[in-house]
Design a protein around this ligand. Structure first.
Ligand code: URA
Length: 274
């Protein structure tokens, strides 16, 4: 539930061409996940219980990229299921989104021993998986969680300076027409109250970044699909998924809380941040 007690508005019925695209995306993501689970490309495979390929809505417009699995993720084979995951769910909830509405993955897909930082050769060995996931998902926004994820998309940046800001993503990352938005890692927010506060402030900007990214993509030839996409009237928090075909009127009717997006109606103070 969002701050207004509403679900994040993302679920349009998947029909026609979009159903095919969704199935193709799912199959491609499953194929990548199978390869991740079989991967012996770096030393991290030796200590893993389960690899953690990532999970989420294949039709999402927003991908969250963390650093690497911890103990709980290694046990379950799913990203962000421990305490940091709890905070991530809380952050998403503060803008009315659910974790199922987005795609969540990591820079490295196997747990670094003792939760140490991933090493450059491990990140490099795993990079093609993230690149392929991004190519399949074609997100409008990539949200980085933590320094190592940020470094993949904003090389040379410092998290203390760039958190809460956005810039275009280098298409070589796999995301061919996206904005990246940097955030602190939720684990850092769990340790430090001021970082937790800043993280809630940062994530509150993500819906505006999504609006901006959609507009940029439309300007670049409509890669984001037809506008307007559904959004939430009162929170001005756009859905993290846009239909690739015309919205299904039945689905719209079954979601009375949701109205078509009007980016111009978005919170002007948020939009001017970018
Ligand atoms: N921290 C991460 O960076 N990723 C996870 O999946 C869990 C914790």
């Amino acid at each position: 539930m969002g701050p207004q007690g509403q679900r994040a508005p993302r679920r349009w019925c998947v029909r026609g061409a979009n159903r095919v695209r969704r199935r193709e995306r799912l199959e491609a993501l499953d194929q990548i996940a199978d390869e991740v689970r079989d991967c012996t490309g770096c030393r991290l495979h030796e200590g893993r219980t389960r690899a953690v390929p990532g999970e989420g809505d294949p039709d999402t417009e927003v991908v969250f990229v963390g650093e690497g699995p911890g103990m709980n993720e290694d046990r379950e084979g799913r990203p962000f299921v421990g305490r940091a995951g709890g905070l991530l769910v809380g952050l998403l909830g503060s803008i009315g989104w659910l974790r199922e509405d987005v795609f969540i993955t990591n820079v490295v897909k196997c747990r670094p021993p003792d939760n140490r930082d991933p090493q450059p050769d491990e990140i490099a060995a795993c990079a093609p998986f993230l690149q392929r996931q991004l190519a399949v998902l074609d997100p409008a926004v990539v949200v980085t969680l933590g320094r190592y994820s940020m470094a993949t998309f904003m090389p040379g940046a410092r998290i203390g300076q760039v958190h809460g800001t956005t810039r275009p993503v280098d298409p070589q990352t796999g995301a061919r027409d996206a904005l990246v938005f940097a955030m602190y890692h939720p684990a850092a927010a769990l340790r430090t109250a001021s970082i937790e506060r800043e993280s809630f402030e940062d994530i509150a900007r993500v819906p505006s970044v999504l609006v901006q990214a959609r507009e940029l993509r439309e300007g670049h030839g409509g890669a984001a699909g037809p506008a307007p996409a559904p959004t939430e009237a009162r929170s001005a928090a756009p859905a993290p998924a846009a239909p690739a075909t015309a919205p299904d009127p039945e689905a719209a009717a079954s979601s009375p809380a949701f109205v078509p997006a009007d980016p111009a109606a978005d919170d002007a103070s948020q939009l001017t941040l970018f």
